[in-house]
Design a protein around this ligand. Structure first.
Ligand SMILES: [Zn+2]
Ligand SMILES: [Zn+2]
Length: 578
């Protein structure tokens, strides 16, 4: 199985499109703005290299990328520059773009502040607020000044939004690649929430082992993707990537790398508990190592394993370090055997160009084979979704014949015949039972009608679980990270009914879904529910999201036997028809 594909220039290009979109918004050109912002988002979640896609003439197969945007990408790839962006930047009064990063300051207000007060930066705005200049403007008051100062404070604290785990994993790859060129750097690891595979990451901590910290820092700070250096010391530095995402790097010696990695991986609560345990055993644990209290000699620190083992514990995987019982389980010798990517034999939720995906059935099969998968379930949308090419009974039938034909050509691989049906507001599916009976599996998902009380939404899901042909409930809570709250459903009822009916709950691995999440999948496992991991890929490069689904499962303490993707195809089909 491959891991997330290395992507070099994608982030830079995404940032350029993001900035173009933001400037269009400032200029009031909302329609254009949306197109660029959407393209920027789609590029962030690509796993394929844009340069390679360009060489293969495939840029426009990316959702949201038409001719205009693909020309911008090509210009950047050829020259490292985008004239359109330069012109746009020049069209704004200085500082306006920066000011709109503040909460509550939209384009109009930013314009006004810049024109009437000559404010060109957040610093100058702060001075204007502190000296009472803002309240002198028409339509502003002392209250607005307070709000501006609060917004500035918040902005400095968070320095912008959190990135999705999937986005951060690529950034880590870029940083690794860059640091690999420096001969003074011995080891590189991401620490913090990214290493624990949390679903979003606020800022990224990179830890480096080197005997020449200043040279290591200098090499890091030379990354072209860095847009601002916040601080640069002899052993650490803080920088900003892409105008908004903070990355902190620390350099430590190889002897204390393990202790530092343990310390900076966190979580805070896990570390507090671990330090207490160390004290009880006569040790002191810090980022420098594990020391015997009686004579201050070092017991461990070069590797993380050495730290845990010296405390009498088995190694605890980063994904478990949330103080959710993992230290107690380690002490008792009861840590779960976690599922890993190597256990996963197939993907149980993929869209093709029969609905809103971009790849043909054959292309999906070939991509899956190259990832080492043994099967992929084709689950295109049904027709009521309002997607232009949603399947009806007749096209679904045609698709299954096509899949049968393709399958004859494979020896060790199989496309499974599936569908992603909509759970309608009355709890019924939008496709007839006789069509569903012919399939290997049926994913049923809520795609519309998210409003409603807990009882109504829960009953909708329950009737899908009780449906005679449903195998998997897709993205069970419907949440979109940072965009849509999860549906208020009664998990107690959903879990017990799913366990009873042998219906699987999905761990949807799409970067902004991760649904079920870690906590809910753990609860599901405890209630005897089995799970299915599906990438919900709409393009072949998105099959790489399996990593993210596995990460969620690991954070949820999930063992291989509770995830049906670990079965071979014969066992799987048997399980699905139980
Ligand atoms: Zn869906
Ligand atoms: Zn889907």
């Amino acid at each position: 199985m491959t891991h997330l594909v290395e992507v070099r220039e994608n982030l830079q290009i995404s940032r350029i499109l993001q900035e173009i979109g933001e400037i269009h918004a400032i200029r009031g050109e909302l329609f254009r703005s949306r197109a660029y912002l959407k393209a920027a988002r789609n590029i962030l979640t690509l796993t394929e290299n844009l340069r390679q896609m360009h060489e293969e003439g495939k840029l426009q197969t990316i959702p949201g990328i038409g001719r205009g945007i693909s020309e911008i990408i090509e210009e950047f790839l050829a020259s490292g520059d985008v004239k359109y962006l330069k012109d746009l930047r020049a069209s704004l009064p200085p500082g306006v773009h920066e000011l709109t990063a503040l909460e509550g300051i939209g384009p109009k207000i930013a314009f006004k502040l810049s024109q009437e007060l000559g404010v060109e930066s957040i610093e100058q705005l702060e001075t204007a607020a502190r000296t009472g200049k803002i309240q002198s403007l028409k339509g502003f008051s002392s209250k607005s000044e307070e709000n501006v100062l609060k917004a500035i404070e918040r902005h400095r604290k968070t320095l912008q939004h959190r990135l999705l785990l999937g986005q951060v994993l690529w950034l880590i790859e870029e940083i690794r690649d860059h640091l690999a060129d420096c001969r003074y750097i011995l080891k590189v690891e991401a620490a913090g929430s990214a290493r624990r595979m949390c679903e979003t990451v606020g800022d990224l901590d990179i830890l480096v082992a080197s005997a020449h910290p200043e040279k290591a820092i200098k090499h890091f700070a030379s990354m072209p993707q860095i847009t601002r250096i916040l601080s640069k010391g002899t052993t650490r530095s803080s920088v900003v990537f892409g105008g908004s995402f903070q990355v902190d790097i620390r350099v430590v010696s190889a002897e204390s790398f393990g202790a530092a990695l343990q310390y900076f991986t966190g979580s805070k609560d896990h570390n507090i508990k671990l330090r207490t345990l160390a004290v009880k055993q006569g040790y002191k644990l810090s980022e420098y190592g594990l020391f015997r209290r009686k004579d201050d000699t070092k017991a461990a620190g070069e590797t993380e394993e050495s730290v845990y083992h010296n405390l009498g514990l088995p190694y605890i995987c980063p994904e478990l370090r949330e103080d959710r019982g993992e230290i107690e389980a380690a002490v008792a010798g009861e840590l779960p055997e976690l599922i890993s990517l190597e256990d996963v034999q197939g993907d149980l939720h993929v869209h093709s160009d029969w609905s809103d995906g971009t790849a043909t059935l054959r292309e999906i099969a070939e991509a899956a084979l190259s990832l080492g998968l043994a099967y992929v379930a084709i689950c295109d949308h049904t027709r009521s979704l309002g997607i232009a090419r949603g399947l009806d009974e007749e096209r679904l039938k045609k698709q299954t014949l096509e899949i049968d034909k393709l399958n004859k050509g494979f020896e060790e691989f199989r496309l499974l015949k599936g569908v992603e049906a909509n759970i309608m507001s009355d709890g019924n599916l939008d496709i007839s039972n006789h069509a569903l009976k012919e399939l290997d599996l049926v994913v049923a998902s809520v795609h519309s009608g998210f409003k409603g009380d807990e009882e109504k939404l829960t009953n909708r899901i329950l009737s899908a679980i009780n449906h005679e042909n449903v195998s998997i409930i897709g993205h069970p809570t419907g949440r979109l990270i940072q965009r849509r709250q999860p549906l208020p459903i009664d998990f107690d009822k959903v879990f017990s009914t799913a366990a009873e009916q042998n219906v699987l709950l999905e761990i949807n691995a799409f970067p902004n879904r991760l649904d079920l999440n870690d906590v809910n999948s753990r609860a599901a496992q405890e209630r005897g529910v089995k799970m299915a991991i599906g990438t919900d890929a709409h393009a072949v490069n998105q099959l790489g999201y399996l990593d993210l689904g596995v990460a969620v499962a690991r954070r949820g303490w999930i063992t291989p036997k509770n995830v049906v993707n670990t079965l071979d195809v014969a066992q799987l089909v048997k399980q699905l028809h139980q």
